[in-house]
Write a protein that binds this ligand. Structure first.
Ligand code: ATP
Ligand code: MG
Length: 400
């Protein structure tokens, strides 16, 4: 097992302990460590209060101080150190109204979602496992800490997290946990779309998405999430993990539904999805090398390769792009490096030069002519040289 990340963070726990506090590693990193999976964030928990944590370390950032989380910057790395806390009353099936700090580790792990996420580990790699999380990891089982119904009632995001962990880890959801999940799916309606999308992003990209997606369909999960509730997601098949933008692109292509607004995606995400949708469309009509050149030029190498990589998923969903004889990774690379220009910036002419050459004012004609020129250059009907292009335009394009 790879201890290196814990070793790097260990001095933080040691300093807390030297000052008389209890301090442990906890959460996803301990779970992943036990499973011998790659560890990302090493999270720590302590009975020191946020103020006390701040006085012990030179460089801290109060990222979630009111909830007990302080970022400790150690050797240029950020570590989240969270005070043992319990959660007061929940309203509206999401996040507690109040948290309060406690001095006892048990209370802290008791409020965590699943047994596999409630294991603490000390600096000697000894585990404190109040809810038999290690047994559940061994049995590959997702089980809530305490009564599933109550825990999902408190925070419906846990339902989605449970499904997300199934998709990432391939575990079975324990019976009572699954039973509660299936009865409480409708509570997803209480959650903010940001929290939902964050889980969905991880979920569709999970190694075990192939077996998890049918489960989501049968739980009728999509009925409770904006955007998805309006379209047919149930017929979607995923045999391999996929990024959320590709997932949404395929869905919106299939259903012709691009009203993503309720999902509160970033502008970059929306643009990525729109590009993918038009690339999926174009990739179906490529039949010649010229068309392939145009496709690779219009979308760029990265999108072209991505569409090619998505081929199996597209096929599984009855979208048939050009055959691998015409469209494959090697040919795309080849076409790309052979292109006389790779973007409009490479063109030896621009709007200014056109206006001068033809003694005309600016207007929509410029855009049209530039597009014609672009295509002609790519198809090697004209060399990418200013004079040659002007001459070609004179003889080939009727400027209106
Ligand atoms: P990942 O490996 O994806 O980071 P994680 O389990 O570490 O998974 P985080 O969102 O980083 O998930 O949360 C850290 C820990 O906080 C979890 O392991 C769990 O103990 C606890 N936790 C997170 N979200 C909830 C929740 N909604 N309800 C209860 N406990 C939670
Ligand atoms: Mg984590």
């Amino acid at each position: 097992m790879n201890r290196s990340q814990f070793e790097l963070a260990k001095p933080i726990l040691e300093r807390l302990i030297q000052h008389g506090y209890e301090a442990y590693f906890v959460g996803g990193s301990v779970r992943d460590f036990i499973m011998n999976r790659p560890i990302h964030d090493v999270d720590m928990t302590t009975n020191a209060t946020p103020d006390e944590i701040e006085t012990l370390f030179e460089h801290t950032i109060p990222i979630g101080k009111e909830h007990g989380t302080i970022n400790v910057v150690w050797n240029h790395e950020n570590y989240e150190v969270t005070t043992f806390r319990a959660e007061a009353e929940y309203v509206d099936h999401r996040r507690p109204t109040e948290v309060y700090f406690v001095r006892d580790l048990y209370q802290d792990v008791e409020r965590r979602d699943f047994t596999m996420n409630a294991i603490a580990m000390d600096i000697h790699y000894q585990r404190i496992d109040h809810f038999e999380g290690e047994r559940d990891i061994e049995q590959r089982m997702i089980r809530t800490v305490g009564d599933a119904k109550t825990r999902f009632d408190e925070d419906a995001l846990r339902i989605l997290r449970g499904l997300r962990f199934k998709s990432q880890l391939g575990f079975t959801i324990e019976d009572a946990t699954f039973e509660a999940m299936s009865h409480q799916m409708a509570d997803l309606e209480y959650l903010s779309i940001e929290r939902i999308m964050n889980e969905l992003r991880l979920l569709v990209n999970g190694a075990y998405i192939a077996e998890t997606l049918p489960l989501l369909h049968s739980l009728q999960m999509w009925r409770y999430i904006p955007y998805f509730r309006d379209i047919d997601v149930e017929t979607m098949v995923l045999n391999t993990p996929i990024d959320i933008e590709s997932f949404l692109a395929i869905l919106s292509y299939r259903t012709d539904h691009q009203a993503f607004k309720p999902l509160k995606l970033s502008n970059v995400q929306v643009r990525t999805i729109q590009t993918l949708v038009s690339a999926i469309q174009s990739a179906q009509t490529i039949a010649t090398r010229t068309q392939l050149q145009q496709f690779v030029y219009d979308f760029g190498i990265d999108v072209a390769l991505k569409i090619n990589a998505l081929r199996p998923v597209l096929e599984d969903n009855q979208i048939h792009i050009a055959s691998p004889v015409i469209l494959n990774g090697a040919i795309i690379q080849n076409v790309w490096s052979d292109l006389p220009i790779q973007s409009r910036q490479d063109l030896a002419i621009d709007g200014q030069l056109l206006m001068q050459a033809f003694q005309l004012k600016g207007g929509p004609w410029i855009k049209e002519v530039l597009r014609r020129v672009e295509c002609a250059v790519i198809q090697r009907q004209v060399n990418n040289q200013t004079e040659a292009i002007i001459e070609w335009v004179r003889t080939h394009v009727k400027i209106s």
